[in-house]
Design a protein around this ligand. Sequence first.
Ligand SMILES: [Fe+2]
Ligand SMILES: [Fe+2]
Length: 166
Amino acid sequence: MSEKTLDDLFLDTLKDIYYAEKQILKALPKMARASQSEDGKAAFLKHKEQTEGQIERLQQVFELLGKPARGKTCEAIQGIIAEAEEIIDEFKGSVALDAGLIASAQAVEHYEIARYGTLKSWAGQLSLKDIVPLLDANLQEELETDQLLTQLGEASANPKGAKKSA
Ligand SMILES: [Fe+2]
Ligand SMILES: [Fe+2]
């Protein structure tokens, strides 16, 4: 049997989300440019700023572990971003574009929420006490972003309903 432990798996998954965040950082300005609604643009740009902070927190986590901050190719996020780019191409100029962008962005958020939820839980199990709050800060931002996207999605699918609830 291999000698690998949960510590190894934790580091491996940390590298996965570090890579993913860097890809997301590159994708968000493209999504902001593609968005037809100003609210959508603002949401993507705000999350780009948050993502910069999230990458810094991950660098702190690597530092606390005494490991170099290094990503590991994450094919899952590459696939989710490739789908977003496809939607931008295929729905350009259509009334459904913004709904498509929001749906793509939510797929990204859900991937991140899954990763941060797992990493936070493992950090607790591994008694990495200084690391738990850093991962939790990223997790909370992803959860808030997901909720914001849900609201924007409902607004773009049903503008009248959105006015009522705004
Ligand atoms: Fe993120
Ligand atoms: Fe995110």
